[in-house]
Unconditional design. Sequence first.
Length: 739
Amino acid sequence: MSGSLDPHPSAPPAATHLDGLNESQLEAVETTEGPVLVLAGAGTGKTRVLISRLSHILLEGKARPMEMLAVTFTNKAAREMKDRVAGLLGRPVEGWWIGTFHALSARILRSHAEAVGLRPNFTILDTDDQERLLKQLLEAEDIDLKKWPPRVVLGVIQRWKDRGLTPDKVTDAEGSEVADGKALVLYAQYQERLKTLNAVDFGDLLLLALELFQDNAEVLDRYQRQFRYILVDEYQDTNVAQYLWLRLLARSHSNLCCVGDDDQSIYSWRGAEVGNILRFESDFPGARIVRLERNYRSTPHILGAASGLIANNQGRLGKTLWTEVNEGEKVRVRGVWDGAEEARLVGDEIEALHAKDHLLDEMAVLVRAGFQTREFEERLITLGVPYRIIGGPRFYERMEIRDAIAYFRIIVQPSDDLAFERIVNVPRRGLGAATLQTVHRLARAEGIPLTQAVRRLIETDEIRPRARGSLARLMVDFERWRSLLDTMPHAELAGLMLDESGYTEMWKNHKSIEAPGRLDNLRELVVALAEFDTMGGFLEHVSLVMENDDQTIDDKVNLMTLHGAKGLEFETVFLPGWEEGLFPYQRALDEEGEKGLEEERRLAYVGLTRARHRAIISFAASRRIYNQWQSALPSRFIDELPADCVDHTTEPGLYGGQGGGEDRSWRRRQRAVPHAIPLADATWLAPPSGGDENLATGQRVFHQKFGYGRIVAIDGDKAEIDFEKAGHKKVMTSFVTQA
């Protein structure tokens, strides 16, 4: 190094931490003083910049290891950073201040526990312990646990903590909407109880660290002097508490380098505040903005499509990704008739690529909502293509699906004890452990199914009247539903059972963030049922599907949500379901308006930029919601893709177009075709769409699935139609309108 005092100077070692950096990356690494925001676009090597910057500061002698603070969002990212820095420097990094916000805060609190009313050996409670503690407080306040489950109230408290709000800082108005207006009382009691137990939850780690810094100037000064340089990864995902934590630590020297991408801020539902990165220049006067725009992942067409799309957002700092790799394929947009055809399209493309030695592991199907995986799972199983669900269980393994299937099983097979056990008290029917033990005892003693044991017990006084009444009503329901098996369409019966059992109502009233998604999954389950001749046939299919999972195969297609795909990359990415109401998701638009739309667009940007060489977008003209076809319009995001980066193809007759090539005739029909009913808000028992009552033989009509045609004959609510593209079909008149 220059200025070395080594009495025996030798050739300086190669600056390996700078080798191979492009001009912008080098600027981000070498700009060590003052606030720096590195706007790192997708695939621009931001992890390399973080590692190189940390190493550069150390190798240049600007700070010692314990004077560096490097903050990541996941333990995995922290481990990767430690491993790469250790490899680059050739020495261990144990004990260095590299970790997540929560881990670093816990480390600080252990040293100053008494200052926040704790002892150094405090316990960090897991979610289960937190819920049990809150349940005790809810019961003591005589709050209905069905209306306000502990998990829901805990979620509200955690969101307050994410915003840096202690009980005294939450407004009465906010508190009045939760837990019968007792949310603030519960929050205060919960915090007091935690201190009595010498315990904290995850939210407290940041909240108490903030309290420590704000109330103890000497402690804050110590850490401000110690951490001479601060590096932060994924800054766009910080919440308010994390933002305040960083500002306090960086206030004295402002040597804060934040790396992030405002175009990839997609976690507002988790508390992330995109405004943190957008305000960086005003929060830290004199800040330097370094844009990493050279992409090392994707082709020019993919980057052009993604950049053109995200440019429609107003709330962004702005950058344009570019690459030196070959042009490659254009982004393909495919319009199909329905969801089943979309699944066939994706499955056929996967098979064709695999036949050309494309690894399955390098392909991904990225969906907006979890329920969408069902049709793709079914199709891949039919084709014998192995797959994995990333970030969650397979469709038929999800809790709400298993519960619903248990209801179906007990109707088809009354002696299915396992199914009965699963749903006898779901939703809650006031059945305690003693009641269920009595039922089990009789069943074992007599060697009879549990349902038969229940029928005997409800005729006696061996169980309490309230429980006896609940079981009697359940048995009546079972018999009524079973009697409808041969007279009612089984998909309609499934919806009826889930409604009358209270199961769908349970999830409608559940205030957790997962509840709407679970309802979507139940609706999709009913759609799946309609594809089979009988309920028994469907249950047999599910059993076979559940067995079809060869864990020994490593090469599998990846299925996941767009949220779960952030940070990953694949050779080929399929992006299905780009339809209004589904993507952008209607609930996001209804609840957040323009802000929600911009986050949905960022999610689309994330999806596109996961692809290295091939991105295939698809949309369906109609989807079946509770066995009723609902028409859908292509997502507005498709229209925002630059035409020179995209290859459009639609099925013949789709939206009245001719199909093939640059066919966007659907735009001309946008006002004529009704909007899709958002899946999250569709009524459970959706009535037929009505159609046109003034239909007559010889009229030219339009059908949501088959396009234009002319009526040949009408018989009640059915019509025979010669369609221009689909041929002669017999259809329900409720799906036909005059052209």
